[in-house]
Design a protein around this ligand. Structure first.
Ligand code: FAD
Ligand code: NAG
Ligand code: NAG
Ligand code: NAG
Length: 432
């Protein structure tokens, strides 16, 4: 039998991780990324809860540990810069989590580590500056059925399995669901943005967040510092801003900088210095901004035949702190479920792929979506008070919370935190 032929669309976190696992069953894998090179940008991401045993299974713990950002914890400050509450970092990845997890790593470092894993495998082919325009697939009942893919450059190729790992705005998802399906992205009514500026010695190495009184869009400004020369600025917003929406839609960096700097200029604390950096410092060209949104797909729609979604494209919950963790685990479960069926009967890749994809959703959906629906109310009531009184209450509450460690409630519910990673002996064997 020829090897299972797989196309993975998206070289972020979930895509390379899936390539790594599927190479264990000798699959022939093409991993495509739209950007001209590895997209190693982004700020801090966390590996939490089951993400810790997951990275151990992948053999990347030492590499992740070496790249870990040493943030001692998170603090809330007042407009005068004085600390109101401090939340120390979680000591390990289990139990309830605080805002800073033990395995806090820059997204770019994680992506590089994952690429390093797949580079070792001869059966994984990386293609950059590559995307697809369309696909069709044969009937599910056809035991030799394929997905027929048309690439952007006009090339056509057939695959046994096509996986969308192309993030929250997934185009693969749109093609899979069809033009009439509703957009599954559910707005949580806010935005998050990050950029870098040159640091000043007084910038704290703690994650530092300041609530700004605001009549219109509720705003938080924050700083984090993973290296001495740069300070990373975080902007969290709740509400709707027409100019920001227009800038996001345009995809134009200068417009986006202007919309954000209009929103934060004169906000108080060090906003003016940060906004000057945003407008003028070349370091700030790493600006990344996205609406808070959750991908809520109806049950049974994470796959259609031989086309499957993983990572943010299947179940994103923006900025809930579990995106990378679930991205690693979902790809492992999809690979494991397919491998289990495929190793039993290699004569029909179709059956293994279609049923494996269904089993993957069945097992993993309750975990990956456990925190869905909790985002908006939480942000509304606790994170984003608008008035000075609301901000004062938050600081008072936060001081009490820090004392009683209530902040760790940002973690998982009991059932989800007790869930254990499945074992797949078929994936334990190292190949080429
Ligand atoms: C640039 C960037 C910065 C981010 N910064 C942060 C951050 O600071 N903090 C945080 O917690 N999370 C961040 N995230 C989200 C985080 O990476 C994910 O929540 C999580 O890691 C799950 O990853 P994923 O692989 O499903 O999706 P992603 O990491 O979003 O990766 C998707 C990949 O697919 C590629 N792609 C998209 N469309 C296509 C297409 N049509 N064809 C081919 N390739 C395509 C994208 O370029 C990207 O490399 C960021 C994501 C991106 C893309
Ligand atoms: C894997 O597929 C590529 C084309 O996508 C092909 O060129 C290559 O020969 C295949 N490798 C194996 C081992 O079948
Ligand atoms: C992690 O921390 C929790 C609570 O602080 C503790 O009960 C548990 O034993 C720790 N686990 C490890 C592996 O250190
Ligand atoms: C990306 O590919 C297109 C053709 O598909 C080509 O025109 C363009 O020059 C390529 N860009 C880079 C940076 O390689």
């Amino acid at each position: 039998m020829p090897p299972l032929k797989v196309l993975i669309i998206g070289g972020g976190v979930a895509g390379p991780s899936l390539a790594h696992w599927l190479s264990r069953i000798g699959a022939n894998i093409t991993l495509i990324e739209r950007s001209p090179e590895m997209r190693a940008s982004g700020q801090q991401v966390d590996l939490r809860a089951q993400g810790v045993p997951m990275m151990k299974k992948m053999g990347i713990e030492a590499a992740v540990r070496a790249a870990t950002v040493h943030e001692p914890g998170t603090q809330l400050i007042g407009l005068n810069g004085r600390t109101k509450a401090f939340f120390p970092a979680s000591q390990n990845g289990t139990g309830k989590q605080s805002f800073t997890s033990e395995y806090e790593i820059m997204r770019g470092d994680l992506v590089s580590i994952l690429y390093g894993l797949t580079k070792k495998h001869q059966n994984v082919q990386h293609l950059f500056n590559t995307t697809i325009d369309s696909f069709t697939q044969d009937e599910e009942s056809d035991p030799n059925g394929k997905v027929h893919v048309k690439f952007r450059d006009g090339r056509k190729e057939d695959f046994d399995l096509v996986v969308g790992a192309d993030g929250t705005g997934s185009k693969t998802r749109r093609m899979m669901l069809g033009p009439d399906a509703p957009d599954p992205r559910h707005s949580l009514g806010g935005y998050i943005g990050y950029f870098s500026i040159p640091s000043k010695p007084a910038d704290s190495d703690r994650g530092t967040f300041c609530h700004l009184p605001s009549p219109r869009v509720a705003r938080i400004i924050g700083t984090r510092k993973d290296r001495p020369d740069l300070t990373r600025i975080y902007m969290l917003m709740r509400g709707k801003d027409a100019a920001l929406d227009a800038a996001l839609k345009s995809g134009n960096l200068a417009e986006l900088k202007k919309a954000l700097s209009d929103l934060y200029q004169d906000g108080g604390w060090e906003c003016d210095r940060f906004m000057e950096g945003l407008r003028d410092a070349p370091e700030a060209d790493d600006l990344y901004c996205t609406p808070f949104e959750e991908v809520r797909l109806p049950e049974g729609s994470w796959s259609k035949g031989r086309v499957v979604l993983i990572g943010d494209s299947a179940h994103s919950g923006t900025a809930d702190g579990f995106g990378s963790t679930w991205g690693l685990i979902g790809s492992y479960i999809l690979a494991g479920e397919i491998a289990t069926l495929y190793e039993k009967d290699r004569s029909s890749p179709t059956a293994a792929v279609i049923q494996g994809a269904k089993n993957y959703e069945k097992k993993f959906r309750p975990i990956a979506t456990a925190k869905h629906g909790s985002g908006s109310e939480w942000f509304e009531s606790v994170m984003f008070p608008r008035s000075s009184f609301g901000i004062w209450s938050l600081h008072t509450f936060a001081r009490v919370a820090a004392y009683f460690r209530l902040d760790r409630g940002a973690g998982l519910d009991g059932k989800t935190s007790k869930w254990q990673l499945p074992d797949y002996p078929e994936l334990e064997r190292e190949q080429n």
